[in-house]
Design a protein around this ligand. Structure first.
Ligand code: G6P
Length: 606
């Protein structure tokens, strides 16, 4: 979704803005723009389409300005064209604004401004902010910003330039992500740390409602009440290189190959001798682990699919009922929640708007909230009662890979931990689980070499692909189908193997690819019957199975085998094969793998 960047310092702003914007591309966007300022005024450029179009435009001139803001826009209000692209200028040309989020009361504000004679150029909600700034401005930049944001409802991270103060910028944050960075050559704002890594690792995360002034000399922060406050800066551990492609043709491929290391980094700190340790959960929840009645796992997209794996694992190991909900449904459903229901929110970015709203709802209802998050200091991490951090490092490809598998790994840890706390896991079983978890990274490394290119070639010709499995296999089937459709644009669906015959099997024709997942421990012979049912109707079956089950599924047209692992843990190697399949299928079809059409990495609107 929209990304913002800003710089004020001793060096030309434009190259920094363009580098920052290129680091924000992964969030998903359909237009880009910049505005730079100096004593002669503000100069803005914006273009529909890829950042390269904007770069081509601006590279024809020399820009020496040392103050600027930039934006990648993922259209919500108004078409993705040049006019709706950010920055937006105020009617008097004094202010330029970039915005991430949605101004919910923009229609009322727009009507008010129009009545006062303001003409709007774009269809965006953001333009009202620019005009309000001009309306409230009486010579004091900070005051105009404060009076403007006091009128706004909704979610926003704003970057603002004022022609009269060309050596500073203001930023404000409410329910949208914003990071502030400092380096020897000046100060920065950005939607996420990844955009700042080429310049600095010294960052500060503003609180809700904070207003930040950036100048070449430093940062000043006012909290919502107007009081000047000191916010702590910290060094991020991610290096610039971890968010670069290196020799890989795509981020997605690089990130798939980073999975063994990401899994090791996520698991190892929690595996001690013969047991699982989660010190983050000490003294939590208030009712105690035995007092818990159930768990609600809430997430969106692939994180929701990780939660599905978590459900099977926690119910089996800890004997605790688990409901899994899409965050966008959970937040409006009138379900009973109380202090004995643990809500587990799962989010790679920690900024997904619906997941955040679900978290807030759970807290309002008195449910203790545990977050599984990848991005340190993200809003979901900050607002939850407790956080378990996955250690995937920065994930840039829109289609998540290491983000998802590290979430699944963290759910294995949580499942084992809960089982032990609730007296459902013997010391011996915990020892075995710990050993299996330790082996997962090496096993994943082995899985990455499974030859998927041939199968991907025939999948790439398909119109529809169905993924079926039982238990854990069903949960992974959902993720496999999502991976394929999001990057290759082939219609794909994940189904519980036993459910296909209740409707969807009518779509199976001669040659339709069906991917049968032979993993988990649930009734392989039943899944085999399902394989036969579709084969009898002409389907061409690709089986993806653990080595111990490969004979059972030997009648498939093609079998891809991953190393044998304990049934629940097979979710990870099987998912890795499905990631590879999706990747090579999309490659075969010439798709824009890292930036699929219409998708955003970080979905900060509801
Ligand atoms: C977007 C991404 C998905 C991701 C989902 C949830 O749709 O494209 O890959 O699974 O958001 O994101 P989160 O950051 O909350 O895990």
């Amino acid at each position: 979704m929209c990304g913002i960047i800003g710089y004020v310092g001793t060096q030309p702003a434009l190259p920094r803005l363009l580098t920052g914007l290129s680091r924000l591309e992964y969030r998903g966007y359909d237009s880009a723009g910049i505005a730079v300022a100096d004593d002669s005024g503000i100069c803005a450029h914006k273009r529909q389409g890829r950042l390269s179009a904007l770069e081509k435009d601006v590279k024809q001139r020399t820009f020496t300005q040392k103050t600027g803001i930039g934006h990648t826009r993922w259209a919500t209000h108004g078409a993705p064209d040049d006019i709706n692209a950010h920055p937006h200028m105020s009617f008097d040309g004094r202010f330029a604004v970039v915005h991430n989020g949605i101004i919910e009361n923009y229609a009322a504000l727009k009507a008010e401004l129009q009545q006062e004679g303001v003409t709007f150029r774009s269809d965006t909600d953001t333009e009202v902010v620019a005009h309000l700034l001009a309306k409230h401005y009486k010579g004091d930049f900070r005051r105009a910003v404060a009076e403007t944001v006091a009128r706004l409802n909704g979610a926003y991270a704003l970057g603002i330039l004022c022609r009269d103060f060309p050596h500073e910028l203001f930023a404000v944050r409410r329910a949208s992500p914003l990071v502030v960075g400092v380096s020897a050559d000046g100060g920065y704002i950005a939607s996420d740390v990844t955009a700042l890594l080429p310049f600095t690792r010294r960052v500060m995360l503003p609180e809700e409602g904070d207003m930040v002034r950036v100048t070449a000399d430093g940062i000043a922060v006012w909290e919502e009440s107007g009081k000047l406050v000191n916010r702590p800066f910290e060094e991020v551990t991610w290096s610039a290189a971890t968010a670069e492609k290196g020799d890989y043709p795509h981020y997605m491929l690089k990130e798939m190959w980073e999975q063994p290391a990401a899994l090791a980094a996520t698991l190892a700190p929690h595996l001690e001798n013969d047991g699982i340790r989660l010190p983050e959960l000490a003294g939590f929840p208030a009712c105690g682990w035995v007092g818990l009645r159930r768990i609600c796992m809430v997430a969106c997209g692939s994180a929701y699919h990780a939660a599905m794996v978590g459900k099977y694992v926690v119910e089996k190991w800890a004997r605790l009922p688990v409901e899994v909900d899409l965050a966008s449904e959970f937040r409006y459903r009138e379900q009973p929640l109380d202090e004995r229901t643990l809500t587990v929110v799962i989010s790679q970015s920690g900024e997904t708007a619906d997941t955040l709203a679900a978290l807030r709802k759970a807290k309002r209802c008195g449910s203790p909230v545990l977050a599984i998050v990848n991005v340190t200091g993200s809003t979901i991490a900050r607002e939850s009662d407790r956080v378990l951090y996955t250690q995937a490092g920065p994930e840039v490809a829109v289609a998540t890979t290491k983000g998802y598998t590290t979430q699944v790994a963290m759910l294995f840890l949580l499942g084992g931990f809960l089982a032990r706390q609730r007296g459902e896991l013997t010391a011996e079983a915990e020892r075995r689980l710990t050993k299996d978890l330790r082996e997962l990274p090496a096993l994943t490394q082995e899985t990455l070499t499974v030859a998927t290119v041939g199968a991907a070639k025939w999948l790439s010709q398909a119109r529809d692909v169905y993924f079926i499995g039982r238990g854990i296999g069903y949960a992974v089937a959902l993720e496999g189908a999502l991976k394929l459709k999001e990057i290759s644009y082939i219609h794909a669906e994940g189904y519980a193997a036993g459910e296909l015959k209740h409707g969807t099997i009518s779509l199976v024709e001669e040659g339709t690819p069906v991917v049968v997942l032979g993993c988990g421990e649930v009734a392989p012979e039943k899944t085999l019957s399902n394989l036969r049912e579709v084969t009898a109707r002409g389907a061409r079956v690709l089986a993806v199975t653990t080595a111990d089950l490969c004979e059972i599924y030997g009648e498939a047209a093609e079998v891809l085998t991953v190393p044998t692992v304990s049934p629940q843990l097979s979710a990870i190697p099987v998912a890795v094969v499905l990631q590879l399949l999706a990747y090579y299928t999309a490659l075969e079809r010439g798709c824009d793998i890292d930036k699929p059409r219409n998708l955003a990495k970080s979905v900060t609107v509801e």
